[in-house]
Structure formats: structure tokens, C-alpha cells
Design a protein. Sequence first.
Length: 226
Amino acid sequence: MPSILKTKARIVLRYLNKYGFSNMKLTIYIMDEQSSLEQVVELEQHFIDLIKPNLNVDLVASSSGYHSPMCQVIRDKLRKDRGIPVYLYSADDFTLLYVFESKQQMYSSINIHHNTLNDCLASGTLYLNAFFFSLDLIESTKTDLINQDQIKSLVVNKRYLYNVKHPAAKVILAEFKDDPRKNKIFDSLNSLAKHLKGDRSVIREYLKGNKSSYYRGKWKFTYLNK
């Protein structure tokens, strides 16, 4: 904890000076290197909510409180996720419709899961059978750029049509208790279970209403296209 120990004013340091280390427990969580920024922030917020630490001056994950310096690997990953533009093309004729500033903007604006986006970028799979994603600008293609509200609306409409044609993939609304900003929409039970690293059979019981409590004390699930 070099950044903490350097400053005498730190609450944690004052606590250690007063009570020592005898009743302390250090748990280190090593996340997969492919974890997204969103997953890192969610895990941080999960433990803040779970432990309710009285030594934290900042109880909101990823906000501007006191944080130790990031390692270079994480810095590079955040720079990559935040700073590389993603081009969205119409699958019909490869007309350029929108340029996202970063992957992070895509996650938040069109509710696409990071694994889905990475799969589309890596394999060239069409998203919702309607869009082609690329990290490169296709110079020979046509351009018909639309604004952010229009692209959001277009994706919602295409997602609806896709789900009508693929009824087995039911859209699920995952509501986060006491914080609607963390609500998410998933295209299927598989994508929801994969995102939360949970068991599909357990989550299905919550969706069926067989379990009335919140999943992991935080999540409520509802089918949007019953």
C-alpha cells in the first residue's frame, strides 16, 4: 500500500497506527485479463456495497475518490477500451452509419455485451443480422452518418426484429437493486449468466418467479418478450 502509507492523513493509516494489523484480513481477487472496465467497476461496487467499509472516503466505484496508481497493464487496457473508435456499418451494403468513440461508449449506448462485441470484431459476425463492426475505416464504402439518438433507436428496432425471428433468445431485463443506472438488457439467458458468471438453472428459477428474493441480493430479472 505505498500510496496510502506515504500520507499520514490517510484514514486507513490512522486506523493501522491505532489498532495495528492483528484483526485485519487481506483478500486479493485476480480477475481475468480479458475482463472489461465495466466488470472491474461492478466488482469494486459489489464489495463496497457488501462490506460497507467505514474507512472508505469514496463509496462509489470508479469515481474521483482516493485510489492507488493503476499498473501499466490496466492503464493500457483502459486506454484501448476507451480510446479506439469502432465503425458501425449497415450489413446490407456496408454503408457507414456511425462511429463510436470507444468500446465503452458502445457498451453504454446500445447495450451490447463486451463479449458479443469482441466476437463480432474478431470473427466478422453480423450483430443482430443487421450491423457489421470494424476497428478500421473501409474507405471505399458509402457514408450516411446518423446521430447517437438515431443509432440507438435503430439498434433497438433491429434487436426487436431479430428477437421476433429468433424467439428462443428471450430478452432479459436485469434490474440492479437501488441503482437503476446499473440496469442492463441481455439478449439471452446465456449472455446474462456469462456476464454475471452465474448458473443458468439458478437464474432461470428467478425468471420463473420460483424465487422471490433478489439474485445475489442485488439483481431482479424480467423477460421483456414473453
